[in-house]
Design a protein around this ligand. Structure first.
Ligand code: URA
Length: 233
C-alpha cells in the first residue's frame, strides 16, 4: 500500500498532509527515511513518524469541539501558541478536519479517520458550513447581493453564499453566511471585499451537524447517527 494511504488509514492525517510528512523527511520505514511518495508499505514493515511508531488505529473517534478564540488548529505550533489538542485530550491520535483561524470560534470536528477528514475538508466536497458573522456596519442590499452572486478578493474567486441578516445591534449587523467551498480565510475575505471588517466569526453548522448548546471550549463525541450522516455526505 502507498505510504500516504497507509499513514492516513492509521489516523495520522489526511492523505495529502501525509504526503507532506513524507516529503519533509519525517517518515521512516524499517529505520530508513522514506522521502519518495511512490514508496510502498508491506506487511511487517516498521513505520515511524517523527520517531514514533505508527500502528493501525483500532478505534475511530469523531469529536465535535466548540473551539474558543485564541487557539490554533495545527497539531503543534512553533510559536508555542495553544492548540485545539491542548483542549481535547484523548489517547487516539486525532487531528482537526480543516481549519478555523486563531480568532474564529465554533464547530470544529476532530477525528483519527483520515479518509473521512480528507473527504470533508476538500474544497470540492461541497459540504455546507454555516457561520455567524458580526460585521462592522450594516451591509446594504446591494452588498448582500454581491455576496450571494460571488466575489473576488486578492485575486481569489469565492462562489456565491447563502446570506441573511440575523439582527442589528449598535449600528453593526450579525449575518448568517453558508458556504460550501472552505477556502483559506473565505468569510473574512468575502466581507473584506465589501470594504467591511469581521468583528466576530463563529461556525455554527457543518454538513448537517449543529453546534447546539455546546459551550465555548467544551467537546463531545458524535453520536453514531451523526457519524453515519457525515459519512453519507
Ligand atoms: N472563514 C474565515 O475567514 N476564517 C475561518 O476561520 C473560517 C472561515
Amino acid at each position: 500500500m502507498r505510504i500516504n494511504k497507509y499513514l492516513s488509514g492509521c489516523g495520522i492525517d489526511s492523505r495529502r498532509k501525509c504526503e507532506q510528512l513524507v516529503l519533509d523527511g519525517r517518515v521512516k520505514i524499517n529505520g530508513k527515511k522514506a522521502t519518495e511518495l511512490a514508496t510502498d508499505v508491506k506487511d511487517g514493515d516498521y513505520v515511524e513518524v517523527d520517531g514514533h511508531a505508527v500502528t493501525v488505529a483500532h478505534k475511530l473517534v469523531y469529536i465535535m469541539l466548540n473551539k474558543p478564540k485564541g487557539c490554533i488548529c495545527s497539531l503543534s505550533d512553533e510559536h508555542g501558541r495553544k492548540t485545539v489538542l491542548d483542549i481535547v485530550k484523548v489517547k487516539e491520535r486525532i487531528f482537526p478536519v480543516g481549519r478555523l483561524d486563531y480568532d474564529t470560534e465554533g464547530l470544529l470536528l476532530l477525528t483519527n479517520d483520515g479518509e473521512l477528514a480528507n473527504k470533508l475538508a476538500h474544497p470540492s466536497s461541497g459540504v455546507k458550513k454555516t457561520y455567524y458573522v458580526r460585521v462592522e456596519g450594516v451591509p446594504t442590499a446591494a452588498e448582500l447581493k454581491r455576496l450571494r452572486d460571488g466575489v473576488t478578493f486578492g485575486g481569489v474567486k469565492y462562489a456565491g453564499a447563502e446570506v441573511s441578516i440575523v439582527d442589528e445591534d449598535g449600528g453593526n449587523a450579525r449575518l448568517s453566511v453558508t458556504i460550501s467551498e472552505g477556502k483559506n480565510h473565505e468569510i473574512k475575505n468575502m466581507i473584506e471585499s465589501l470594504g467591511r471588517r469581521v468583528m466576530l466569526l463563529k461556525r455554527v453548522a457543518l454538513g448537517g451537524l449543529r453546534l447546539g448548546g455546546l459551550s465555548r471550549g467544551e467537546w463531545r463525541y458524535l453520536s453514531a447517527r451523526e457519524t453515519e450522516r457525515l459519512k453519507a455526505l
